[in-house]
Structure formats: C-alpha cells, structure tokens
Write a protein that binds this ligand. Sequence first.
Ligand code: NAP
Length: 269
Amino acid sequence: MQVYAVIGYPLNYTLSPNIHNYVFRALRIDAVYVPLRVSPGRLGHFVEFARDSLSGFNVTIPHKVAIANLIDEVVGPAKELGSVNTVVNRDGELIGYNTDYLAIKQALSERGYSGGDALIIGAGGVARAVALALRDLGCGRVYVMNRTVEHGRELCSLINSWKIDCTALGIQRDVGLKVQLLINATPLGVGEEFPIRPRDVGAGLVLDLAYKPGGVTSLTRHAMEESVPFIDGLEILVRQAIEADRIWLGPFESPTWRDVLGKLREGLI
Ligand code: NAP
C-alpha cells in the first residue's frame, strides 16, 4: 500500500484526506492519505522519515517555504516562488512542486481572465502564487492591500522585478480603485465581514482563496449578491489536490475536479 500525507502545524482541520482518499478509491489505487502534525523543529526528521516511508505528501502552513530547503529538488513555479505544497518521492529523491499556482492559473484562465488590473488582498505565501499566475496570464497593474503594509511592499518588489507596476496599500474600502479582478489571499471573510465589496472596486471577477467548509464566505456572498462571477477557495483546494494526484499517480481523466468538488459540496466525501 502507498502512503501519502499532508503535513502542517497545528493542522487542526483539513479536507485534503477526504479529497485524496476519494480519488484513490475512484482510481482503484491501493493507497491511503493521512494528516500528520509536524512541528517546525521536527521538519528535518520528518523529511528523512518521508524518504523511506511516504510516496508523496502535501505541505501546508507553516512549512511551505522551509521544506523547499530540505528536499532534493524544487521545480517549475515552486522554484521561482521558493514555496512548495506538493512533494513526490521518486526512489528516495524528494521533488517539490507548487500546485496552488497551477490551480489558480487554471481557474482564472477558464473563467476568461486574460489580463486586466488586479487587486490582491494579502501578501503571504498564496498571494505570491497568485501574483505569479497573474504575471503568466499577462496581467495589467497590480494593487496589494495588506494588514502589514511592509509585507505588501515586499510582494510589490517581487512583482516590480517582473516589470509589472504594483502599489502597496493598507486594507481600506474607499480608495477609488477600478480593477478587473479582486482576489482575497487572507483568512478574512470566514468569520467576519469581508472589508471590501466587488462593486467598491468595479471588479468583474472575484477569486476568494479562503473557504468555509459547509458554508459561504463573506466575499463570495457579496459576489453572489452583486451577480459578479467568482471562484471560491473550495474550488482551488480541489483543483490543487487533483494536480498533486496527477504528479503522484500520472495522468488520469476521471474523476475531474468538478466531480470531486460536487461530492464535497454535497457532503458525500
Ligand atoms: P500566510 O502566508 O500565513 O499569509 C497570511 C496572509 O493573510 C498575510 O497577508 C496576512 O497579513 C493576512 N492575514 C492573516 N490574518 C489576518 C487578519 N486577521 N486580518 C487581515 N489580514 C490577515 O498564509 P497563506 O498560505 O498565504 O494563506 C492565506 C489564506 O489563503 C488562508 O486563509 C489559507 O487557508 C488560504 N489558502 C487557501 C488555499 C486553497 O486551496 N483554497 C490555498 C492556500 C491558502 P500580514 O502580512 O499582516 O500578517
């Protein structure tokens, strides 16, 4: 039997085992996926254990950056971002990928985004993956609003290094911005009201990375109320998981991300 895992700390709640174990069953693969709590001080020990015992693993907060320096190779956008969320074990060699980037790029592209100005709320790890996807889809100007403006400035420096204009701001509602795309890359809107509405910035598309199992986040509710098309965090979660499965298992057509997302929304997995 192959064993896969997700590692994080404190890793209180994760839907990843529901998704991957469903895919393994659907593909009739003898494999299991488990959540493993790994504290930052033990990440090095975990990597040596994984080399012998795991076929692959996902990485979540707070290990996505640290893991990149502990494995054997980091490839593609993960290398450019210095952030890994999926690792495959190829005969004891651990190779890192970033499937958040792939999921975000696919979802935006399928919703018809092919450029235009964008407002990113947040400046952490997933905001960087968003920025790279925007670059690769040919975005216009980027605005970054973040609680800690200095972190927003750091993300803007990265975006500027790609020859794209970027402005860092604090999180505020009435700044008179007009953008095509509004992105939430923070946990805001899961428990509290999201501070900005799509119509405040004239957005024609919303991407909300936050998700609320069994519920609707504040930003996606605002998008629905204003009839603005949106991509929610659960869709990105499922898309990135399916991309990880393709890295681990090789190409497959079915189940698709839509099949898995449907099962998850109905509470069937
Ligand atoms: P991260 O690297 O820790 O960054 C967190 C970001 O959120 C920072 O910009 C931080 O601002 C901001 N933030 C945190 N708490 C806040 C608060 N109470 N008020 C305002 N801003 C706050 O985390 P990440 O990996 O980028 O993840 C960000 C969010 O995206 C999380 O909710 C995560 O669950 C979600 N996510 C979803 C998926 C998916 O598949 N749907 C994938 C990855 C991440 P400061 O700089 O001021 O600290």
